[in-house]
Design a protein around this ligand. Structure first.
Ligand code: ADP
Ligand code: MG
Length: 698
C-alpha cells in the first residue's frame, strides 16, 4: 500500500464505496489524505456539569445506569440513563422510524450491545429541550463504547468533521483516514519542501502535518499543521507564477503600437460624454503597456457602472489603428451580445468591422465570421469562451480583453493566452482582488483601478422587503413610465432547472401585473430569442423583465429603475452587487428590493452588507471573507488552484513567507536544478501537467 494506491483497496472501502469517494474527487490514498477536515469539534472532556444547560455540544463519558425500549405508534424509542463523571444523570434518546423492516429486525440491536447496564460509553449530542432546565435530556448524535480502540478517533479529542457526500458518514471517514495514515507508506514518502526552508520557518514534516491535520492532539498542533500545509500550497503556487513572470519578462513582443489617433479621435468626439479622470488615467496606463516591448498583463478593476467598457474599447481601437485584431470575451452570451450592440453604437461611422461569436451562432454565420477573422477583414471579435475554441483562427490577434474576469476559470484564461504566446491581455473585474493575492497568484500582473463613477449617478435605495411591497414599487414605477427587473436565483447551478422555475414564476407574475407587458429571459433560450427580448426591453417594448441571473453582468438599460431579487439569500455578495448595478444607470431614482425567503446567518449577513454598502471594493473584500478566494477567482468549480489548507486572510503571514521564500529560491536557483530542489520541482511539474498550462518547466 502506497499513497498512490487506489482508494478501493483501503481496508473497508471496496469498489462501491470508492464510487462515493469519487464524487468528492478522491481516487487515491493520497487524495484522501489531502482531503482536510471542514472543521473540528472539541470533544475533549472537562466541561463543567452546568454547561449541559446550554446550546453547546455535549460530550459525556459515563456509565450506563439502565436502558428502556419504548414502542410508540410510528417510532421506536431507545433510552439510556448515563451517569457522567460529575455524578449527573443524562437521559439519552434515540429514535427509529417504525418501518416494516423494524418489526422484523431490531434497529437497536447494535446499540443495545454497547449500551449495556454498567458499560462505559461516550455520548456526543445536544440538549433535547432547551427551554426545559430540569433533567438532562440529550438527543444523541454519535455514541461509542469506551473500551473500543477506535473510539479515540471520535471522542475525547479535537474531532475532525469532513465535507461529506450521501452514503458516507463522518464516523466512516475518520476510520478510513486512520487506516490511510496507518497503512500508507506515507512516513517513508520523501519531503518535497527543501530542508533549508523547513528549518527556517520551523515547519512540521509532511507526515507529521498530515497526521495532525486529521487527528490533532492540541489546537497548537493543529495550527502548526495548517501552517505547514498552507505554506506548501502558497509556495508551490507562488513559485509557479514566479517562473511564469520570469518567462514573460524575457518575452519581447515582435510588434509595436503607435498612437495614430485616426480612429481614437473621431471615436472620442462621437462619444457624447467625456472620460472621467480615472478613465483617462487607466487609458494612459494601458497605452503605456501596449507601446512597451513586453506583453501586457493588466487587471482593470472598477466598480459596477464605472465605465470599464469604453476603456477596453479604446485599447482595442489602438490595436485596430495599428492594423491588428482584438478580441473581447464575456462570461455570458447575453453580455457578449450587449457588448456587441454597445460597440456597434459607439463605433457608428468608423471603419471598424465588429462581430459576435457565441456557442449559439448559426453554422453559416459562424463560418463567415471565421473566414473573415482568418483573412483579417474582421477587426474586433466579441464572444463567450466559444472564442477560444480550437477552430477559431485569427489573422493577427494582438490584444485580448476578458470582461468580468472572476467568472472565468484559470484554465480558460490560459487557453486564450495559448492562442498566441505573445499576447497583450487586459482583464476587467468589478470584484477586486487584494494586492497580496494578486501578487501571489499572478506575480506578473499589473493593476489599474477606476475609482470614481461617471458624474450624475444617484444612490440606489436598497432594502429588504416582502414580495408584495416589492411588487407595489414595481407597479408604481412602471405606471410612471419606468421599467423593472425581477430576478430569480439559479437552482443548483443548472440553467435548465432554473429555466423551468422561472417559467412558472413568469406565469404567476403575469397574473400579478395583468396591465403591463412582461417578458422572460433565461439561459436556455436561443440566441435570437434572447437578442429579441433584450432589444425589446431596451427600446421599452416591454415593461418588466423576469429573468435568471443571466442578466447579472453588464446589461445597460437606463430607463430601468427597479431591481427585485427574489430569494436574495441565495445570491453571493458580488452577484447581489452586480444585479443592483443594473439599475440607477439613468437620471431617475432607482431601487433594489431584496426579497429573502428564509435566511440563515451568513445569508442574512450578506443581505445586510449589501443594504449598507455601496462600495463594490468593500463588498468584494467582505465577499471574499465570507466565501473564500477560490470561488471568487472562478476556480472552485473547476477545482484548480484552490487552497485546501491556506486562507489568504487568516494565513496572511504565511503567504508573505511563501512570497519571500519564492523570491529567494528563484534568485538562488532559477531553474530549480539543484538536487535539494529536485522533489519540489517534480511536484511543481506534476501540478503543472495537471493544472497549469501557463508555465513551462520543461
Ligand atoms: P462597467 O464598468 O460596469 O462595465 P459600463 O462600461 O457598462 O460599466 O458603463 C456603464 C455606463 O456608463 C454605460 O452606459 C457607459 O456608456 C456609461 N459611461 C461610461 N463612461 C462614462 C463617462 N465618462 N461619462 C458618462 N457616462 C459614461
Ligand atoms: Mg461591464
Amino acid at each position: 500500500m502506497s499513497i498512490s494506491t487506489q482508494i478501493q483497496y483501503l481496508k473497508g472501502i471496496g469498489p462501491a464505496k470508492a464510487k462515493l469517494f469519487e464524487r468528492l474527487r478522491i481516487a487515491t490514498v493520497e487524495d484522501l489524505l489531502h482531503y482536510y477536515p471542514r472543521t473540528y469539534q472539541d470533544r475533549r472532556l472537562g466541561m463543567p456539569p452546568n454547561e449541559y444547560n446550554s446550546d453547546a455540544l455535549i460530550v459525556c463519558k459515563g456509565r450506563v445506569l439502565r436502558t428502556q425500549l419504548i414502542p410508540a405508534r410510528s417510532v421506536l424509542i431507545f433510552k439510556a440513563f448515563i451517569e457522567d463523571e460529575h455524578g449527573n444523570t443524562l437521559e439519552c434518546t434515540w429514535f427509529k422510524k417504525r418501518t416494516y423492516r423494524a418489526f422484523r429486525f431490531d434497529p437497536f440491536a447494535a446499540l443495545k450491545k454497547d449500551f449495556h447496564m454498567g458499560n462505559e460509553v461516550w455520548v456526543i449530542g445536544r440538549r433535547e429541550n432547551r427551554d426545559n432546565f430540569f433533567g438532562n435530556k440529550i438527543t444523541v448524535e454519535e455514541q461509542y463504547p469506551a473500551e473500543d480502540v477506535l473510539t479515540s478517533l471520535h471522542a475525547g479529542r479535537l474531532t475532525p468533521i469532513y465535507g461529506l457526500t450521501e452514503g458516507l458518514t463522518n464516523k466512516q471517514f475518520r476510520i478510513f483516514m486512520y487506516e490511510a495514515l496507518q497503512t500508507s507508506t506515507l512516513a517513508r514518502e520523501p519531503e518535497i519542501l527543501p530542508q533549508a526552508l523547513l528549518s527556517k520557518r520551523k515547519l512540521l514534516s509532511a507526515p507529521q502535518a498530515l497526521q495532525a491535520i486529521h487527528f490533532p492532539n492540541s489546537l497548537a498542533e493543529l495550527q502548526n499543521a495548517r501552517t505547514r500545509l498552507a505554506y506548501e500550497e502558497f509556495l508551490l503556487l507562488a513559485t509557479a507564477w514566479g517562473i511564469k513572470r520570469t518567462q514573460t519578462k524575457i518575452l519581447a513582443k515582435d510588434y509595436t503600437y503607435e498612437i495614430k489617433k485616426n480612429l481614437l479621435t473621431p471615436f472620442r468626439e462621437n462619444l457624447g460624454f467625456s472620460f472621467t479622470n480615472s478613465q483617462r488615467r487607466v487609458i494612459n496606463e494601458i497605452f503605456n503597456d501596449l507601446c512597451s516591448s513586453r506583453p501586457m498583463n493588466r487587471l482593470l478593476q472598477g466598480d459596477v457602472g464605472s465605465g470599464k467598457t469604453v476603456v477596453a474599447l479604446c485599447a482595442m481601437l489602438l490595436a485596430v489603428e495599428n492594423g491588428y485584431q482584438a478580441a473581447l470575451m464575456a462570461p455570458t452570451e447575453i453580455l457578449a451580445e450587449q457588448h456587441y450592440f454597445t460597440f456597434k453604437r459607439m463605433l457608428a461611422g468608423l471603419p471598424v468591422k465588429v462581430a459576435v461569436l457565441t456557442s449559439s451562432t448559426k453554422p453559416t454565420a459562424r463560418k463567415k465570421i471565421l473566414k473573415e477573422l482568418s483573412d483579417g477583414d474582421l477587426s474586433i471579435l466579441i464572444g463567450t469562451h466559444a472564442v477560444i475554441q480550437e477552430d477559431v483562427k485569427f489573422h493577427n490577434l494582438r490584444l485580448a480583453v476578458i470582461d468580468e474576469q472572476h467568472r472565468f476559470g484559470v484554465k480558460q484564461r490560459s487557453k486564450l493566452k495559448e492562442k498566441t504566446a505573445k499576447l497583450d491581455l487586459l482583464t476587467m473585474t468589478a470584484t477586486p482582488i487584494p494586492r497580496t493575492l494578486a501578487l501571489a497568484f499572478y506575480g506578473d500582473l499589473e493593476v489599474s483601478t477606476i475609482n470614481e463613477l461617471p458624474p450624475g449617478r444617484q444612490a440606489i435605495l436598497t432594502e429588504t422587503t416582502t414580495s408584495k411591497l416589492a411588487y407595489d414599487r414595481v407597479r408604481e414605477e412602471v405606471q410612471n413610465g419606468r421599467q423593472a427587473y425581477i430576478v430569480f436565483p439559479l437552482i443548483e447551478e443548472s440553467e435548465k432547472v432554473s429555466a423551468k422555475a422561472v417559467t412558472e414564476e413568469f406565469e404567476k407574475l403575469k397574473k400579478v401585473f395583468p396591465q403591463f407587458r412582461l417578458a422572460m429571459l433565461h439561459g436556455q433560450m436561443s440566441q435570437t430569442e434572447k437578442e429579441q427580448i433584450m432589444a425589446d426591453f431596451a427600446s421599452h417594448q416591454t415593461d418588466i423583465l423576469v429573468a435568471t441571473p443571466v442578466i447579472e453582468v453588464g446589461i445597460d438599460v437606463k430607463n430601468a429603475t427597479v431591481m427585485v431579487i427574489e430569494n436574495a439569500e441565495r445570491f453571493g455578495l458580488a452577484s447581489l452587487h452586480q444585479l443592483r448595478g443594473r439599475v440607477g444607470r439613468g437620471d431617475h431614482q432607482s431601487y433594489c428590493m431584496l426579497v429573502p425567503q428564509h435566511a440563515g446567518s451568513v445569508a442574512k449577513e450578506r443581505v445586510d452588507i449589501i443594504c449598507a454598502t455601496r462600495d463594490g471594493f468593500k463588498i468584494g473584500e467582505r465577499d471574499m471573507q465570507l466565501r473564500g478566494p477560490g470561488e471568487i477567482l472562478g476556480t472552485r468549480q473547476s477545482g484548480e488552484l484552490e487552497f485546501k489548507a491556506g486562507d489568504i486572510f487568516k494565513d496572511r503571514d504565511v503567504l508573505y513567507w511563501a512570497i519571500e521564500d519564492r523570491d529567494e529560491l528563484l534568485t538562488q536557483d532559477p531553474g530549480l536544478v539543484q538536487p535539494e530542489h529536485a522533489l519540489f520541482r517534480r511536484k511543481l511539474q506534476e501540478l503543472y501537467q495537471k493544472n497549469w498550462h501557463l508555465i513551462d518547466l520543461s
